[in-house]
Design a protein around this ligand. Structure first.
Ligand SMILES: C[S@@+](CC[C@H](N)C(=O)[O-])C[C@H]1O[C@@H](n2cnc3c(N)ncnc32)[C@H](O)[C@@H]1O
Length: 210
């Protein structure tokens, strides 16, 4: 199955990448600014976010930002090697190896789903969005930092990216990604650009308390 083949290819990339993913220069130039912008949205409107899933958590940078006695942190990632770093960084978090397109979690079992800079690696983006919706409680929130683009410049951006990363990396415009969130059932969907080619998307599962 193409999806399985691609997943093992993605797993190999991140097994290799895990050794230098936390390099301070890389983190300071790109990842941490994106994380901060995403968390700013969370802090601007603090809500009951006790059970937090970081889907595609990598080395646990965002989980570490959120650590505190009031939160139950759950991290999930395809790559065992990335999770080993997360284990060291956030010993209090529960970590699972798994696929965001088939979350091994019960319906309505978390208050907040975070997904940072991971989404474009999924062969079936709609399946992942549906899974995020399913595991959120009614009223729960998804905050997703995604590599996307505005319509202008999209073609150039996509072909440049594909030259660097071969295979089935899925890139869409920011507008299309927001539409996909609406299509699977998220409400209050909005998005904003936070870094070069990078957007934060927010949406809620309908119903319940926000
Ligand atoms: C660029 S890293 C981002 C890690 C972390 N979210 C961050 O912002 O620092 C992308 C992560 O997505 C994970 N990933 C890719 N495809 C996945 C999938 N289908 N399910 C779960 N994790 C996946 C990779 O293993 C990798 O750890």
């Amino acid at each position: 199955m193409q999806s399985t083949r691609q997943q093992s290819w993605v797993g190999r990339i991140f097994a290799a990448w895990s050794g230098f993913y936390d390099h301070p220069l890389l983190q300071q130039l790109y990842y941490r600014p994106v994380h901060r912008r995403l968390l700013r949205q969370l802090n601007a409107a603090p809500r009951r976010s006790v059970r937090v899933l970081d889907a595609g958590c990598g080395t646990g940078q965002v989980l570490a930002d959120l650590a505190g006695p009031e939160r139950q942190l759950l991290g999930l990632d395809l790559s065992r090697e990335m999770l080993q770093h997360a284990q060291d960084r956030v010993p209090g978090a529960r970590l699972l190896q798994g696929d965001c397109q088939r979350l091994p979690l019960a319906d309505a079992s978390v208050d907040l789903v975070l997904n940072t800079l991971s989404f474009h690696w999924y062969p079936q983006p709609l399946a992942a969005l549906s899974e995020f919706l399913r595991v959120l409680r009614p009223g729960g929130q998804l905050l997703l930092a995604g590599v996307a683009s505005s319509l202008m410049g999209f073609r150039g951006f996509r072909s440049a990216f594909k030259r660097v990363v071969r295979g089935g990396v899925k890139l869409s415009t920011a507008q299309h990604l927001a539409e996909k969130m609406g299509k699977v059932g998220f409400t209050q969907v909005h998005h904003e650009r936070v870094h070069v080619g990078t957007w934060v998307f927010s949406g809620r599962r309908p119903g319940g308390d926000t």
